[in-house]
Design a protein. Structure first.
Length: 199
């Protein structure tokens, strides 16, 4: 009986250690990228487009754009798409998401900004990390949602001021698909003027 009790206690302790390690690893992976982004934003000699290019190179490895594209269409539409249309949608979605994210980060002229990472939250096997982008008294709250891939921690969604990027895009896409086809959606996504940023 004692052996069983010790085994259960050991398993609980090990489980808590793994959770703590996951939180730390996810937070460190995200913070490293965000600190690098802030360094770029503070380069006064760089034009906005040059900053966007550098930021894109920094953050791309931590985003799972393919998964985010799949989630934005959901089980209702994604499984029924032919492979070539899945690939085209993913390409267009990735471009749209990058432009929206970079636009939010480079919208203002930053000089005294900082990003504060708050305590990570364990949500089943995923980690949510609340952050605050603070600049000149303004505060933009972002919740980064990460999962552990085979290689590293990856972002699969971001909430900006409480609004999920994935949910916002899904609503936009479903509105188009409820009245038309995937080809109609792809055509709209190919036209910049029809690409409103996620709010």
């Amino acid at each position: 009986m004692k052996s069983l009790l010790y085994a259960v206690l050991s398993l609980l302790i090990l489980s808590q250690t793994v959770i703590a390690d996951d939180k730390t690893a996810a937070e460190e992976a995200l913070k490293c990228k965000l600190d690098a982004v802030i360094s770029v934003l503070q380069k006064k000699e760089l034009e906005t487009e040059a900053k966007k290019k550098e930021i894109f190179e920094i953050v791309t490895p931590i985003f799972d754009f393919s998964l985010m594209a799949k989630l934005s269409l959901g089980r209702k539409y994604w499984p029924g798409l032919a492979k070539e249309k899945q690939e085209r949608f993913t390409e267009l979605f990735t471009k749209r998401l990058k432009e929206s994210y970079l636009e939010k980060l480079t919208r203002n002229t930053y000089s005294d900004e900082k990003i504060v990472c708050n305590a990570p939250i364990q949500v089943k096997k995923k980690i949510h990390i609340p952050t605050d982008l603070i600049s000149k008294g303004n505060n933009i709250s972002m919740l980064y949602k990460l999962y552990k891939s085979k290689q590293d921690w990856k972002i699969y969604d971001i909430e900006i001021e409480g609004v999920s990027i994935i949910t916002t895009y899904r609503s936009q896409f479903y509105e188009v698909l409820s009245k038309g086809t995937i080809d109609d959606l792809l055509k709209k996504m190919e036209e910049p003027e029809n690409n409103p940023p996620a709010s």
